[in-house]
Every structure is written in structure tokens, then in C-alpha cells.
Design a protein around this ligand. Structure first.
Ligand code: PMP
Length: 297
């Protein structure tokens, strides 16, 4: 079944509509000029992890693109829960998206309506589940994350994903799971949908999020690492430094904590710190799954 023809309901502009009817007009400003912002959330055992942080980020993303989501953070939180319930979901992924409508054509969008839709569906592991044991293989991307003076990099804006899709396709075509993008200066930045951590001598290093999304999972994992007593250093990392690191993992709502075994010519092991933080993350978001994994040995 094509994704837009599934059963279930999508929350659209204040009400639940049948999944296949949640459509928009071809002259929507968002389609022509990229005026859309979105979120990705995970529902674990009936609760959306860090829901309010996501709703707040959606608001902020829109403000950066010079528009306002016409629902409060509390209303968005409630709508996210409502759509999960309407679809009978206990575990899944939630996708709110806000965009400029079709009342006016042209770059200027002063009079266009603002819309909000929220969909939710079952979504298991983002990468091949075997990767949780052996790590994913990544290549270096050709495109770089843009200079904050060039693009609204603090917004989770749909337009910023244009190069992510190109790079993800390039990686998949060559048999890799994902691509590592550098930033405009040439420092290590992020994957196409996840932040990155590197480990050497028991210390975690992660790029300064000064030109890409400071992921909610990234911040969560930094907290978990500090609780374990690990040192975490946020700094600029040059790609050639990857040779010095023994472990690597990426973090994101969809990716959770996924180990990386390979980036270009560099190799990493799925080591103790990576394993510990993968477990700590699952324990935090879904203790029942952690218990099941432990019981299965
Ligand atoms: N970077 C990019 C480009 C992403 O798409 C995501 C996923 N939203 C992340 C980082 C990680 O963000 P979060 O942990 O908030 O999901």
C-alpha cells in the first residue's frame, strides 16, 4: 500500500481526517519555496519522548522561517497524543509538519494561511537492526552543511533536507547506510538525519552544533554520558582526526543510538562506551524493551 493510501487518521488543521484525504493544493507555497518545518518524535509504550521539546522546536523552526504555527505548544502536544490514540498506536513515530498554504503565488507569502498536520505510524529500527550489533557503514558526503550566514540552519526546515536526500541516495546506491556531512568550513558535522559522537581514550567528542541541528537525542545522550561519569567534549573535529577514534555512533529520534563501524577509510569498533550508552538510552525511553533485551540475553 502506498504510504499516502494507508488506513487510519491524520490530524489536519484541527481535526482528524481519513489518512488518504489529508491532501494539499499544488500551488502551496511550501512546495514551491520550501516554506515548511517539521518534527520527528517517537512514541514509546504510549508516551511521546520529549514531546513538549519537540513542539517548542517546531514553533522555533517556524519563527526562524518568519511564520507562526497557529496552535500553541500545548495544543500541538495534545494533537500529537490524539493522533497516536486515533491510530491505536502504542509504539511509533510522530511527524508534525507546518507549512505555508496556497492563497498567494510568489516568493512573498504575507497572506498565505499556515497549516499544521500531524501523522503517526508504526516505525521500527531506522537502520538495519543488525547494525545495532556490528555498526553501520557510512561514506563521506559531497555536499556540506551551509554557513549559518547562508541558510536558517537552526530551523528544522524541510528545505535543508534537500542535500540530505541527495546524499542518502548516493550512500545507498553504493551500499552504505548513510553519509557523513562536513560543515561549510570542512569540520565533521552530522549524518543525513542524526548527530555524531566519536570516542577515544574513554572520552566522547562531538561537533559543536553551531551550523546544524542540536538534536534532542544528542542532548539526551550527552546527559546520559555525563551521568556515567564520561567526559564529553564539544568541539570542531577535522575529518582526518577520525583516524584517532576507536568508537563512533550517531544519535537521532529515529536512529536512537546507532553504532558506526566505518566512515570512508576509517574503522571503528562497537566498544563498551557505545554499548553502555545504547543501553542507557533504551532504558530511558523504553524500559520495557530494555528488560526484554536483557531477558533474551
Ligand atoms: N540532524 C538532522 C539533519 C536530523 O534530521 C535529525 C533528526 N531530527 C537530527 C540531527 C537529530 O535530531 P533529534 O535527536 O532531535 O531527532
Amino acid at each position: 500500500v502506498p504510504f499516502d493510501q494507508r488506513d487510519g487518521f491524520i490530524w489536519l488543521d484541527g481535526k482528524l481526517v481519513p489518512w488518504a484525504d489529508a491532501k494539499l493544493h499544488v500551488l502551496s507555497h511550501a512546495l514551491h519555496y520550501g516554506s515548511a518545518v517539521f518534527e520527528g518524535e517517537r512514541l514509546y509504550d504510549g508516551e511521546i519522548f520529549k514531546l513538549t521539546e519537540h513542539s517548542e522546536r517546531l514553533h522555533k523552526s517556524a519563527e526562524i522561517l518568519d511564520f507562526q504555527v497557529p496552535y500553541s505548544v500545548e495544543e500541538i502536544d495534545a494533537a500529537c497524543r490524539e493522533v497516536c490514540e486515533a491510530n491505536g498506536l502504542i509504539n511509533g513515530y510522530v511527524r508534525p509538519i507546518a507549512w505555508r498554504g496556497s492563497e498567494q503565488m510568489g516568493v512573498s507569502a504575507q497572506n498565505n494561511s499556515i497549516h499544521l498536520a500531524i501523522a503517526a505510524w508504526e516505525w521500527g529500527s531506522y537502520f538495519d537492526p543488525a547494525a545495532r550489533l556490528k555498526g553501520i557503514r557510512m561514506k563521506f558526503a559531497k555536499y556540506r552543511r551551509p554557513d549559518p550566514a547562508t541558510a536558517p540552519v537552526r530551523s528544522k526546515a524541510a528545505g535543508l533536507y534537500m542535500i540530505c536526500t541527495i546524499e542518502k541516495h548516493g550512500a545507498e546506491r553504493e551500499g552504505y547506510a548513510d553519509a557523513l556531512m562536513l560543515d561549510w568550513r570542512g569540520y565533521v558535522a552530522e549524518g543525513t538525519g542524526a548527530n555524531i559522537f566519536l570516542i577515544k581514550d574513554g572520552v566522547l567528542h562531538t561537533p559543536n552544533p553551531d551550523c546544524f541541528l542540536d538534536g534532542i537525542t544528542r542532548r539526551t545522550v550527552i546527559d546520559l554520558a555525563k551521568k556515567r561519569g564520561y567526559e564529553v567534549i564539544e568541539r570542531h573535529i577535522k575529518p582526518e582526526e577520525l583516524a584517532d577514534f576507536s568508537e563512533c555512533f550517531i544519535t537521532g529520534t529515529a536512529a536512537e543510538v546507532t553504532p558506526v563501524s566505518e566512515i570512508g577509510e576509517y574503522r571503528f569498533e562497537v566498544g563498551d562506551i557505545t554499548k553502555t550508552l545504547m543501553e542507557d538510552y533504551i532504558n530511558l525511553v523504553q524500559p520495557q524493551r530494555a528488560a526484554a533485551v536483557a531477558a533474551a540475553g
